[in-house]
Design a protein around this ligand. Structure first.
Ligand code: GAP
Length: 442
């Protein structure tokens, strides 16, 4: 674990972003819970994705399919066959297990022992539906959300009267029995995916693949992720998932190296033709104008909500050695500032009375807090010196601190402090909501 990752994990726990699942029982293998700030931030990521992929685009509708589906779907999709399996090797000495494709050497990276022959390990998580635990009642937790979209292709087409090209967007949980989860929430066994399936004419698939690559990269940049920490990586033919004709990953430069955060796939007619074959339903599209019947090709964009969460968090994390709030007793310490984008930050505003032993100040600050909290993710804090309170807010990425001071009582205004520049500006309380809406781009 790098030093930076240890600091981010510790901040996540200390400030209520992310907790280890089942912690009081010693934790549960690579599962995590999102705390009060984490759930706000994750919801902001999902909202930003949903707005971008549905509202700001033409011809894209949403779906929320069930996690449990007919096991026949996973036969048709290729997930139950060798297609969705990793190669597992075990060290004969320490018995640690590894994914073969993650190993650079042919010996155990932990103790240099020799390794067993690789064996296929299917990643689908099994469960049983109904009172009997037999083959017939076996079902799977979905390993990718998109299969729910493919099997609803006709339902969506017929109910919404869309014409090709069009897209279906979905956000939901997915599960994989990963052999080597790790790097905090980077690779877990339960995670959330945000997926778009774009159905188009086969002849247009290559152009749309390029179009969606650009659009998806732009999304991260618009939300404030640093350009130098993002790159495309074209996936080599031999690495392609069983369903993909072509794939490009968007990678982020994590402290543990460049890693995939999103996959953009040209799935061709793989999914619709296989589901047609296995279900007996004709999933071809009929173009009435051209009198042409064909399986639409699918361009998919697939990003993990949790994995992108980690990228946003890492990207925003910064430390100011020696402190930047010179007035505080803690100025000699390291100050953490989470420079999260305005849309992603879990808390937008903090209302702070300058001191808490002046009832008029506290009363005024409380009134302001109450008037803002239904429109803005807002926090009230009166404990500790003002410098300490600024630092507490900087550490969780709060965009603006609103300080109510003695002048506020006479002039009916307050100071608005910007997290990144630390500049303070006096704003009339009557104008506050409007000014903040504009500043926050609401
Ligand atoms: N439907 C296509 C699909 O699932 P994928 O490349 O296997 O493609 C897409 O996964 C994205 O889902 C990844 O880029 C990553 O963001 C997220 N993801 C996949 N496995 C994950 C895991 N074990 N933990 C966290 N996120 C994961």
């Amino acid at each position: 674990m790098t030093d930076l990752m240890s600091k981010i994990i510790s901040l996540s726990k200390r400030r209520g972003f992310i907790f280890q699942s089942s912690e009081i029982y010693g934790g549960f293998g690579s599962c995590y819970d999102f705390g009060p700030l984490g759930v706000e931030m994750k919801n902001n990521i999902k909202k930003a994705w949903w707005e971008e992929m549905t509202r700001s685009k033409e011809n894209i509708v949403g779906l929320d399919a069930a996690i449990l589906m007919s096991p026949k779907i996973w036969e048709a999709s290729g997930h139950l066959t060798a297609g969705f399996a990793d190669e597992l090797v075990e060290c004969k000495k320490c018995h640690h297990r590894f994914r073969k494709d993650f190993l650079e050497e042919s010996e155990c990276p932990d103790c240099a022992g020799s390794l067993t022959e690789p064996r296929k390990f299917n990643l689908m998580m099994k469960t049983f539906v109904g009172p009997l635990e037999d083959e017939a009642s076996c079902a799977y937790l979905r390993a990718e959300t998109c299969q729910g979209i493919y099997v609803n292709f006709l339902n969506v087409l017929n109910s919404s009267r869309l014409k090709i090209p069009f897209g279906i967007a979905q956000i939901g949980k997915a599960f994989r029995n990963e052999i080597t989860p790790g790097n905090f929430i980077y690779r877990t066994r339960e995670f959330e995916q945000m997926e778009l399936q774009w159905f188009c004419h086969p002849k247009e698939a290559d152009d749309f693949f390029q179009y969606w690559k650009k659009e998806r990269m732009k999304w991260y940049l618009d939300l404030g992720v640093k350009k130098e920490n993002l790159r495309f990586r074209d996936v080599e033919k031999e690495e392609l998932a069983h369903y993909a004709k072509a794939a490009t990953d968007i990678e982020y430069k994590f402290p543990f190296g460049w890693k995939e955060i999103e996959g953009i796939h040209n799935r061709g007619e793989w999914d619709l033709s296989n589901h047609s074959k296995h279900s007996g339903e004709d999933l071809r599209y009929f173009d009435e104008k051209k009198k042409e019947k064909y399986f639409p090709h699918i361009i998919e964009t697939s990003v993990g909500a949790d994995r992108s969460f980690l990228a946003f968090l890492v990207d925003a994390y910064s430390e100011v050695k020696g402190g930047r709030t010179k007035t505080t007793e803690a100025a000699k310490e390291e100050e953490i500032v989470l420079k999260l984008g305005k849309k992603i930050a879990p808390v937008k505003l903090a209302v702070l009375p300058l001191v808490r032993n002046k009832p008029e100040l506290v009363k005024k600050a409380e009134e302001i807090y109450k008037s803002l909290k239904s429109d803005f993710a807002c926090y009230y804090d009166e404990v500790g010196s003002i410098g300490r309170r600024y630092r507490r807010q900087d550490e969780i990425g709060t965009i603006f601190c609103l300080t109510v001071d003695f002048d506020s009582l006479e002039k009916d205004d307050l100071t608005v402090r910007d997290r990144d520049t630390m500049k303070q500006e006096r704003i009339k309380i009557n104008d506050l909501a409007e000014v903040l809406k504009e500043k926050l781009g609401k």
